[in-house]
Design a binder for this molecule. Structure first.
Ligand code: ADP
Ligand code: ZN
Ligand code: ZN
Length: 804
């Protein structure tokens, strides 16, 4: 018997399974999806069994046996193994990357296998008892006899024993001393009577136990509650009033919070209509994708909750994705509140051990709903009934490293595997999704109103060019400053949003609002600080930074970018009484700091919440009556064809933070380009007209969704090497792709050097390109077998979320 094994060897040129001989003692145990240790070169490496077979092409003298079988229960399901193949093809990644991305990091690290007794009422076979020797848990060596291992496997399947892979060091399965109180009241009474009156403390403990027969309580809690000592407790245990067992508990990151189960709301007509379409397709077991387009605060979440409830009735499972979970604690809590302990929350703030615990609960079916960021799409459920992506337009759903997958694609793949619906929800759907919905590939559901008919906030746009003309050089317009003062007087809260993104900056005239654009591409040029140049990342055009505005000859032209810290200082100067909380990358490095800041704000400990992109989502506080956007332009002029779309989405999302409850909300947007359609349509909350306008632009310049885009990035420590190989790649593509594809570049990337590596990129734009998969495969092969040895790193990103 042979196993096909994908080995964990990074960047090995040949990405294929290797055949290993399965040693006699593993033959009945090994399954696809199990992890193994195998010899590779002169060391032992981790590998995944992807298939078992009875023959191999490897000659007998070259065959190597598997070193160790790490799992008796496979960690990867059949579904995951199939998904791996698809991911590999779909994202051009190494198979090992696709396998690893589905597992919690704990399973990629050091391991030990712990066997435990679950059911104490079953008499264990002699050989198993010998293994335990009265202990509750033992480490299981897979080199035990074949018979014993088979027996254990059977007992694990029957839930009589448990088998866990646990991580050595600090993430080991957490255990507590649990007291099981005798359930037979008569026996307790006998113990009580047998204790002499001198041992009053022991008598007190047993007396208390007589009020709680059959219950379990953590030893430490009992000691505390009865103010007694361990010696006393030991004494009554010895007399038979209770037993002590070491029990495994999960680290619960939500342990110190109380959750009430909330009842479902009576749906509005629109919600009801949307839900019934979803449930209808659910009942028919269709793999159908819905786009739920609902304005901010229209009650999309309530629709998700009730759709999930339907799946739970059938004992099926639900996966809910949110863009960035630590930023949306309020959203997460609503799921916890509704479904209580059936919910597992996977997020980046959890420790390795906590994540592993949540993953195990999912794998064992102890929870039914998973809420998490992108990678939660791989939750190892086996009976998925519904999948939800909230804020489906968010860029965080696309992974930037290998495997470069989009959670939406994985969701749809899984829905086809399980024949269940997917709901993509957003107030500002991505152009791609909305276009698919209009073509009928997705089913469009619309929520055009808020449940209690609260009006959307009034949005006013302030022209910052006028402010400058009138002598106001501050980053606060008179209108915004006035509105802030009013709120401070009334003790209402506000959110100030600084639209800021990465390293990118553009050159803007503060007098007329002109942004320097590429003459060929209708896209803003990117400022490169090192060379004092501006460049176009689409066609490579470059020029000197102008000292005067090309439109109005003003000298007030400069590159743009402001930090939150600077804004905070300005607030302190202009509004000395204001209490400010700042939320940006600097103030949120520590685990839990997002939640902490939001909690303080919710408790009214500050008047102003100042922040970047991260405060645009999910905030829902009744006392927020003003949202100020300090600079709407920053995303507008990104060197990316999605610039307008991202700006529209952001403005709509931030506006949605104001006036969600009884108090009316106001939004003030400051901009140097008030006439831009993204700002105009966001001002009037007009998604569909924005969509139509933006689609016209995309069509004219042939950008997605009218075409597909592939981004190829080449990096090297030497700039000449980088350029040389970028040209090689581009030329090779030009020679091998049909003329249906357009190849743009190579050009230097926006961030032209990162961690001492120079970066070049080229873009493939195509509508239909039948040769593409094969051509990219060949390019990859060339890269892995040859270029890589020269220190080149190449990445291929199909449908990149950004092309900067
Ligand atoms: P969205 O997810 O679309 O932004 P939410 O689901 O957060 O909207 O709903 C906004 C507010 O409206 C919430 O406070 C929610 O409790 C409330 N809400 C939602 N549906 C209903 C309903 N059918 N009846 C009354 N209130 C509702
Ligand atoms: Zn100008
Ligand atoms: Zn250009």
């Amino acid at each position: 018997m042979y196993a096909e094994v994908i080995v964990d060897v990074a960047a090995y040129p040949i990405d294929r399974p290797f055949d290993y001989l399965v040693p006699e003692q593993y033959r009945e145990l090994i399954e696809s999806g199990s992890r193994v240790k195998v010899p590779f070169g002169n060391r032992q490496v981790l590998g995944f069994v992807t298939a078992l077979k009875s023959e191999t092409d490897v000659p007998t003298d070259k065959q190597k046996p598997i070193g160790e079988l790490l799992d008796i229960e496979p960690v990867l399901t059949q579904e995951m193994l199939e998904m791996t193949k698809w991911l590999k093809r779909h994202t051009l990644c190494y198979e090992i990357d696709a396998l690893q991305v589905m597992l919690p990091s704990a399973l990629r690290a050091k391991y030990e296998k712990i066997l435990g007794i679950v059911d104490h009422n079953v008499d264990l076979p002699q050989s198993v008892q010998a293994l335990f020797q009265q202990r509750e848990h033992v480490e299981l060596k897979v080199d035990e006899s074949k018979e014993l291992l088979s027996l254990i496997k059977k007992l694990v399947k029957e839930d009589i024993l448990s088998l866990e892979t646990s991580i050595k060091q600090k993430t080991a399965v957490k255990k507590v001393r649990m007291i099981h109180i005798e359930s037979d009241l008569e026996r307790l009474k006998t113990v009580y009577d047998s204790i002499s009156n001198q041992a009053k403390k022991q008598k007190d403990v047993v007396k208390w136990m007589m009020d709680h027969p059959g219950e379990r309580i953590v030893s430490a809690d009992l000691l505390k509650q009865l103010s007694t000592t361990n010696a006393v407790l030991q004494a009554v245990i010895e007399k038979g009033a209770a037993t002590l067992q070491m029990e495994e508990i999960y680290r619960d990151p939500y342990a110190d919070r109380t959750m009430d189960k909330t009842t479902k709301l009576a749906l509005t007509n629109e919600q009801h209509l949307a839900l019934s379409e979803i449930i209808d397709s659910y009942d028919k077991q269709e793999a159908k994708t819905f786009l739920l387009h609902g304005i901010t605060g229209s009650g999309k979440t309530e629709v998700y909750l009730q759709a999930i409830e339907r799946a739970l009735l059938d004992d099926l499972e639900a996966i809910v994705l949110v863009p960035e979970i630590s930023l949306t604690p309020q959203m997460t809590n609503r799921f916890k509140e509704r479904f209580g302990s059936l919910v597992a929350v996977l997020h980046s703030g959890l420790s390795t051990g906590e994540k592993y615990d949540e993953w195990r609960k999912i794998k064992r079916g102890e929870v039914k709903v998973v809420v998490g960021a992108r990678s939660a799409i791989f939750a190892p459920f086996q009976n998925v009934g519904i999948i939800i992506l909230d804020e489906e337009h968010e860029g965080t759903y696309k992974q930037d490293d290998s495997p470069r997958y989009h959670a939406r694609d994985v969701a749809i793949w899984r829905s086809e595997y399980h024949n269940c619906p997917v709901i993509l929800g957003s107030a500002t759907p991505s152009l791609e999704s909305y276009a698919r919905a209009k073509k009928g590939n997705y089913t469009l559901l619309t929520l055009a109103n808020r449940p209690k008919e609260q009006a959307l906030p009034e949005v006013s746009v302030v022209d910052m060019r006028e402010q400058l003309k009138n002598g106001n050089r501050s980053m606060f317009s008179l209108e915004l400053a006035e509105a802030i003062n009013v709120r401070l007087d009334k003790q209402e809260q506000m959110v100030l949003f600084l639209n800021r993104r990465g390293h990118s900056s553009f050159v803007l005239c503060r007098d007329c609002g002109t942004v320097v654009e590429c003459p060929n591409c209708d896209i803003s040029m990117t400022y490169h600080r090192h060379q004092e140049k501006i460049k176009c990342h689409y066609c490579g055009e470059e020029s000197q930074v102008p000292h005067t505005c090309p439109e109005c000859s003003s000298e007030h032209i400069r590159f743009f970018g402001t930090g939150t810290q600077k804004v905070e200082e300005e607030i302190a100067r202009l509004f000395p009484a204001a209490r400010v909380l700042r939320m940006d990358v600097d103030t949120t490095r520590k685990k839990g700091s997002h939640e902490h800041i939001l909690k303080l704000f919710g408790e009214g400990k500050a008047d102003i919440l100042l922040g970047t992109q991260m405060i645009a989502k999910g905030l829902d506080f009744p006392n927020i009556t003003l949202v100020g956007v300090l600079s709407a332009d920053t995303t507008l002029h990104l060197a990316d064809f999605r610039a307008a779309e991202k700006t529209f989405q952001l403005l709509t999302q931030v506006s949605g933070r104001a006036g969600r409850h009884d108090k009316a909300g106001e939004v003030i947007v400051q901009t140097y380009t008030p006439e831009h359609y993204a700002i105009q349509f966001a001002q009037h909350h007009d998604f569909v007209p924005f969509y139509n306008q933006e689609m016209m632009n995309r069509k004219q310049f042939l950008y997605p969704p009218f075409t597909y885009v592939v981004l190829i990035q080449i990096t090297h420590e030497d700039v000449l090497m980088t350029a040389e190989y970028a040209h090689k790649a581009a030329n090779w593509l030009r020679d091998n792709l049909t003329d249906q594809s357009e190849i743009i570049g190579p050009t230097a990337s926006s961030i032209s050097r990162l961690q001492n590596r120079y970066r070049y990129q080229c873009l493939i734009k195509y509508k239909k390109e039948p040769t593409l998969p094969e051509v990219l495969q060949q390019l990859t092969r060339m890269y892995r077998t040859d270029w890589m040895k020269k220190g080149i790193l190449m990445s291929i990103d199909l449908n990149p979320s950004s092309i900067m």
